[in-house]
Design a protein around this ligand. Sequence first.
Ligand code: CFM
Length: 472
Amino acid sequence: MPMVLLECDKDIPERERHIYLKVDGEDTRDFLPISNAPTIPGTLSERGCSFCGAKLVIGGVLKDTIQMIHGPIGCAYDTWHTKRYPTDNGHFNLKYVWSTDMKESHIVFGGEKRLEKSMHEAFDEMPDIKRMIVYTTCPTALIGDDIRAVAKRVMADRPDVDIFTCECPGFAGVSQSKGHHVLNIGWVNEKVGTVEPEITSKYTINFIGDYNIGGDTQLLQKYWDKLGIQVIAHFTGNANYDDLRGMHRAQLNVVNCARSAGYIANELKKRYGIPRLDIDSWGFNYMAEGIRKVCTFFGIEEKGEALIAEEYAKWKPQLDWYKERLKGTKMAIWTGGPRLWHWTKSVEDDLGVQVVAMSSKFGHQEDFEKVIARGQSGTYYIDDGNELEFFEIIGLVKPDVIFTGPRVGELVKKLHIPYINGHAYHNGPYMGFEGFVNLARDMYNAVHNPLLSLAAIDIRGGAAATSQEAAE
Ligand code: CFM
């Protein structure tokens, strides 16, 4: 019985088709969980909305761009600075967000005038910033505000500005995954090819699907610099708007997050003939393999080997120190989707950690194919999990640490199980060699920190004094 109906799901038996327990000797192709499908009524999903997938995940990362959210104030606030993607210009993107703050009267009478006014106001207030992305949200899409027409008018009034419009309201798809798609395709349709980048190296790439979480992009940039490879555009970590307009000039697209940005890599291949090379940037084995693949493409293998040797000499002893102490740790990963397949084998190979349960909010079939192929038997693979299922799974597999977001993290804290922010990291970067040592350190600190077990002590009635004495 590879598909699992949990006790808590007995009233929503459809959930059985979304939860898989890998068993030895089965042909897993017969048992892929259903995914990228509408959330089942009765389950309290922790998915995000499509607008969030476009704004929070991809567009909002840009470091020189006004993010104008045409909608009620909550749409702006809830997709602002909740992720940590720093920039080298003082974190402009984390400091500011703009909203048209739609109220009932604008919904009734239309919000285009208000949007136009807000756009001018934003450019006036930030005279150094000349780039903007405008997003529709559910209400402004429903009333039919034409944000493209407004953007055209503003660009006609201000010839030095460039504006991209993203029409992806929250309801556009079953999850945030739809927002990735809309932004990818919109960008390649409208903006790629409109700026000619300056070429400074014989070897050029776009690095796609890396959002500089905790400084990932900046760490990997050191590797590209050492290899003499020019990154024309980072899609979109620490990136300028105009860098991304020059993506058509790269010789190779190197893709990390295939889920959120495989679309643009595929389009660049179709339209401009740029090959796509997928790599994993988390973990020693994977990072080395990724560097080797990129270097082989350009015929600079020796440079790659020298970089890998240098990084191993510097960081491998530290990794091994943690491996010695983390071996056998049981980990759960409950994030969006791709990090499941990026991480499950890398923590196993590099740190001796066993991943016992994985839940994906919005992964597609191809993500489950990858994660189940790379994951272990005896592990649960869940699509679009809900909180009750998480609690039940915890009881079944007893993880020592859970990589997830702050919302579910708060829940597991109540069970006195340590959680690590699997989206924004605790103390990143986590990519690359140095980054994976950081991940190991955070995991070690979480698993060995006595605070959570101390928090489990009921201090009413003098128990605190007793435990204090016991500790002495
Ligand atoms: Fe790609 Fe991402 Fe992820 Fe993702 Fe996300 Fe994310 Fe994620 Mo949170 S782009 S799909 S939509 S690797 S925000 S930086 S961590 S759920 S697994």
